[in-house]
Design a binder for this molecule. Sequence first.
Ligand code: A3P
Length: 340
Amino acid sequence: MAAQAVVAPSMMSDPESTTAKSSTTQEEEDVLPPKDFVAALPVREGWSEPLVQYKNYWFRPRLLEQILLVQHAFVPRADDIILATQPKCGTTWLKALAFTIANRSRYGFSDHPLRTRHPQHVVPFIEIPGAGPNHTDIHTLPPPRLLATHMPMSLLPPGTRSVGCRVVYLCRDPKDALVSRLHFENKAFQGTNLSMDNAFSMFCEGFSPYGPFWDHCLGYWRESIARPDNILFLKYEEIKSDPVPVVRKLAKFLGIPLTEEEESSGVAQEVVKLCSFETLTSLQVNQVGGVRHGDKFFLSNSVFYRKGEVGDWANHMSHVMGEELDRIVQQKLEGSGLVF
Ligand code: A3P
């Protein structure tokens, strides 16, 4: 993709730039249009497009503009349910599961909307405008709204906390998330040909889209401990190894626990089956087509599915690299109680 931001040459390959201080001030943020404000932030190249650093995190410039806009424009409702993830941690899967659980009294499993609509399109992102008629519009959703975000906890629009929105956070072993990210970058962004070595060293420095990876996880982890009724913290691996209890947990958290009748008729198992990697990837809607964003970027529907496995990292990076990343992440999470 074409770079949108002004690249500060001094920061292009300087590892220290991950901790560089923003050259902008709160006053500038308050008065400048988001585009101008974002253009003045520290920039670093390396991924498919340069990323800008804002309040500790790295973003694609256009997405940060959207995030800044929704800080003021998004009006949360107390019954909103927000699905929060870092990209490549299972957003598509979580959207499918939450949508199916939340709407189970409305739709039968055989003629379910997920058979003809992509999970990414049925749950809209707060900060990413939908493209095309297939996308659900945030404003037309009946309550309680199911919404998604990649925003870090610290950047969620402030009202979401004060009105008490519930948040489901899904994270994943960073090694698998990194491998998934590398494949996504090379497939989704034309002309990108990132190597594992480069992606690995950037990721380990905390330089990745929405990264540092560990800080994103920690923000929601700490909040889930402080406000367990409002934040449900899940791991991809936990859903993979035993999905049925997670469906129950999700249904309870969403305020619509499975009834005894649903339990005995196997509703949780039906939800798991419909949302499984195997079922979703067998559907035409997830194999063909896609969404055009602007005139340069086409996001195919199939790009959100690759292997859907735990531990695929071992096929793409050495054990030494795996141990190195584990060591860094362990150090960053030390004392928090969060482990991968
Ligand atoms: P892999 O690249 O490791 O296969 P996101 O939805 O956040 O972009 O994450 C994409 C990752 O989730 C990809 O991981 C993708 O294959 C996996 N995924 C998508 N749908 C899934 C499903 N229904 N079950 C399990 N994993 C799924």
